[in-house]
Design a binder for this molecule. Sequence first.
Ligand SMILES: [Ca+2]
Ligand SMILES: [Ca+2]
Length: 430
Amino acid sequence: MSKLYLALRNARAHPVLFLRASTAVSVPSPQTHNNYQQSHSRFSTALLLGGATLALLLSANSNLSECEEAPRQDRIRGTYENKIRFFSPPEKIFETFAHSKDADGKLVMSYADFFRALTPYNYTEIKDNKPYFEKYQPDVLKVADANGDGVISFPEFLFFITLLQLPIGLLAKEFAKVDAKEMKMNRDQFTKTFTNLRKKTLLGQKQTNKSGILDARNISAKEEDFLAANDEIIRQLFTGREHSTLKDFIDFREKLKTALRHYEFHQYGLVDEEKESISVEDFAKSLLVCLPLNHINKYLKRINQIKLEGEVTFVEFIAFQRFIDDVDNIKEKVLAYRYITVEQLRQLADEFTASDDYCKSHKVRITDAQINALVKLLDLDDNGQLDHDEVVGVLEERQMLGQGRDAEIKEAISGGVAKGFQWLKDTLKI
Ligand SMILES: [Ca+2]
Ligand SMILES: [Ca+2]
């Protein structure tokens, strides 16, 4: 069996296997959480999906009156910003979130701008995120701020999101071209590959096809600027090593994503600093990014109506995100039986945590409060269980670039990168 085949199989069955990184990037926690990860981020998917209109947004917000917690202006702004994050070309995202200019008059992002651009609005009060950066120094910034000048330029921004969103299947093909056996590249090979892929990806194409709505003087960047950002970030990936494998790259990327999740968690107010926990209500809000954007208001109202009590710690939060990443597992049950009960979900969650390396190494269990929150949130007819239409077509994986895991695997198969995928086809019915 090829290494890629094994890697993809392991990624599906044991996502945490990809955590064992030897890169220089680490998680931005000062104490304990050096190993967590989150595999997909749905908001980035939406970057590719199409245009949004302010009119739609405003009408969507007009029936939010029962949701009292977040100030109305924050909800309007947050929802608007989400539409930008989800649907706009990278220049527009950059222009929206960058608040400073460099000596040449080009827009640049502070670290706070940068993290805010990459993290979806969480349906609470929008707060100043600077204290986060006083408390934590995310190593992810050493990667993103490639030239170390303390701000994120547009080329650095674009390179970073390409890094986060590049379909693994696409990259796997390139690794296979260079060294199908070991799936490794040296720095020059990687630089060349990455430059080509950046142009090929939809995000890169969006960047190339100027929308005409922006002031190019503020945002334009030359190819040499991109190459400089490219070089510097890749230098970090190759620190201390001559070759980098596909798995090294995946590890590297998972750590970057994990750092973003840490920030996202901390944008909710902690109810207990020592335990590092948020309220279950905020946890429920964190699930909204797995639901259809045009129905968010309905679910937001439910969060305010249903009684949710208790707390969710950071490790429980990550454990649940990992569980929900495998949303097909839940959907399969719903498709088979037309519903899923709380007890069945409890069992699925227990099976998941028993086999998941993150959950095992952190000795964390998905709590009843988390399962109840998910059920109450989605159980629109309040019959105490999740019925077919409450899940299928509703609950989605947080994923990237419109390329969920299955799509990535499909791509690898169609590219003929590795042989022996039949079991995957059989198992996953893809
Ligand atoms: Ca910089
Ligand atoms: Ca129901």
